[in-house]
Design a protein around this ligand. Structure first.
Ligand SMILES: [Zn+2]
Length: 324
């Protein structure tokens, strides 16, 4: 029984990432679960070892600990390709030659079924003729691999229902999700499902931007005979302009805040305050967190947005508040 935090090593963790990591760790520790960290570095163009080192040291600095070696997705492509081969052998995969731009145009011109997430692929290449396919190959295009979602969903239900620890009852459809990108890299949705299962992850706490893709992952678990973890999708932290938190909102990383004079303990206190847990502000980070663990309940987290505001006069230089 294990919880996890799985960042992409493409930059420095900001307060929103740190808050999600802290919530995932608290949810695991408060229910007696083990906890692991995994690096989702499928995109090796953007991922960098120095980001990984920095992220792990920031997680340790805010008081988190984890078991075992950190697993990297870039070292596990064989596992994802085996799963893809298994789905192919059951005729549940097709080649898609669409470029990003073509998909955008196809989405705009085709009405989307109401149960499908925004940006769902309309299935253009499902019934590609061999002439058309050959034309794409002759033009030097390489295909992405997509799931035949309709054929693989039970005839009785085109919708996947699940209970989210934070968002409550949730449901959504499954489109012809990408399993392997056209550059040969396995897709996030496939890799995450394989890794969670192989690493024994039973509880997934992550940002609520992934809520709408969860039905796709649950469906892949069903197809691959893998157990479905319990999910809890927690609010992202946004800037006061409602955009995702980034550098232009001020000091948003641990290093920037510490440089600006905040102590790590005060930063952790502010993160813990932002989800309403009681804590002893005078203790060090690890005692502070042990106190929080004893009364923490992930289901008590308020869904909705959390807004970061820089406040020069606050002890830590910023505040985090629920938007409503
Ligand atoms: Zn296509």
């Amino acid at each position: 029984m294990t919880g996890r935090f799985a960042p992409s090593p493409t930059g420095t963790l900001h307060l929103g990432n740190l808050r999600t990591a802290l919530l995932a760790w608290l949810a695991a520790r408060s229910t007696g679960l083990d906890f692991i960290v995994r690096m989702e570095d499928l995109d090796r163009v953007q991922a960098a070892p120095e980001h990984e080192v920095r992220q792990l040291s920031d997680l340790a600095a805010i008081g988190l600990d984890w078991s075992g070696d950190v697993v990297r997705q870039s070292e596990r492509f064989d596992l994802y390709r085996d799963a893809l081969a298994m789905l192919r052998s059951r005729d549940l995969v097709y080649e898609c030659f669409c470029s990003r731009r073509e998909i955008r145009a196809e989405i705009e011109s085709a009405p989307r079924a109401p149960h499908l997430p925004p940006g769902s692929y309309p299935g253009t290449c499902r019934t590609l003729t061999s002439t058309r396919r050959q034309r794409y190959l002759d033009a030097g295009r390489t295909p992405a691999m997509r799931l035949r979602a309709d054929e693989s969903l039970a005839a009785s239900s085109s919708v996947i229902n699940f209970t989210d620890l934070v968002a409550g009852d949730a449901f959504g459809g499954v489109d012809d999700v990408v399993l392997q990108r056209n550059d040969g890299v396995p897709s996030y949705n496939l890799a995450v499902v394989i890794d969670d299962a192989l690493q024994g992850v039973t509880q997934v706490i992550r940002g609520d931007d992934l809520l709408t893709t969860t039905p796709r992952q649950i469906h892949l678990q069903h197809l691959l005979g893998l157990a479905t973890p319990t999910y809890g999708h927690v609010p992202l932290v946004l800037g006061d302009d409602s955009e995702r938190l980034s550098k232009r909102h001020g000091s948003v990383t641990l290093a920037e805040l510490v440089d600006a004079g905040a102590s790590t303990r005060l930063i952790v206190s502010e993160l813990v305050s932002s989800f309403g847990s009681e804590f002893d502000a005078t203790s060090d980070v690890s005692s502070l967190l042990s106190g929080v663990v004893s009364s923490f309940v992930i289901g008590a987290i308020t869904p909705g947005e959390v807004v970061y505001s820089p406040e020069p006069n606050a002890p830590v230089g910023f505040t985090l508040r629920n938007a409503r």
